[in-house]
Design a protein around this ligand. Sequence first.
Ligand code: UDP
Ligand code: MG
Length: 314
Amino acid sequence: MDKISIIVSCYNEEKALPIFYKELINQVSKFPKDVDFEFIMVNDGSYDGTLNIIKDLASKDYRVKYISFSRNFGKEAAMFAGLEHASGTYFSYMDADLQDPPELLLEMYNLIKEEGRDAIGTRRATRKGEPIVRSFFSKLFYKIINKMTPFEMVDGARDYALFNRAFRNALLSLNEYNRYSKGFFGFVGFDVKWLEYENKERVAGKTKWSFWKLFGYALEGITAFSTAPLIIASVLGLLFCLISFLLIIIIIIKTMVMGDPTSGWPSLVCIIFMVSGIQLFSLGVLGQYLAKTYLEVKKRPIYIMKETNIEENK
Ligand code: UDP
Ligand code: MG
């Protein structure tokens, strides 16, 4: 008998959660009778009524399990906690705002069963409804990161997926502190099929992602999966050494042939500015990796749980 563990991370979702739950139950009822479910709701330090709503659901539906964090640890941490405590044979992750349509779940389940895949991932077919600037930078990001990593990161991939226990164990084995789960999906490999669907607007409440938060997340992705920026810094350094060497030769020859008119100081200032800029940039890149290493070395927990109704953890 199959049991599907659905993990839902919730951060201030009091408006969306009841609508989400209703839709989820509606879709789950369409599954074959021998498929069991558990809904692991992870309250990621919400300061609105989210936890009360979850507890209320849990008191009415035995399938609702919850894990409540001691503060906001971020969606990545919530996904990790949910996976860790899930007891199913298949696992799914969904957002609480219905942007990951639960009606796809049955199709995903059938696919995984019929085709014997390890995981079914989802990706957005279009970026409709998204600001143009954001779309542009997203596309650019995927172009860059796919050049830098040995595996593919699928453009528009959502965290919404259904996967088996082996895949889940592989995801859990990546227990690093700086979490970038979009990359984890490509990194672990396995036989993954991607389903496409139209982008959906969130049903209620508002997104927690500003442009700059996304920008930081993108940098996180690059530093988490590639050390190419360090190589770029070294190559730039080397390139500038070569250029300066050539320039020195040219200047020596010029001085010998044409004498030494004291000119060219504006260009000198420009060069100093540029070179020191590149030096600072490279130092910054180095600093990024050092910072990540620092956080990783401390081995702090990915999340801290305050309360739960999952028996094994009480
Ligand atoms: N979320 C979370 N912790 C956070 C931020 C978001 O658990 O610190 C949850 C949020 O409740 C939602 C999902 O992650 O279920 C996606 O968040 P959101 O809809 O804000 O992101 P978007 O869909 O706009 O990328
Ligand atoms: Mg959303």
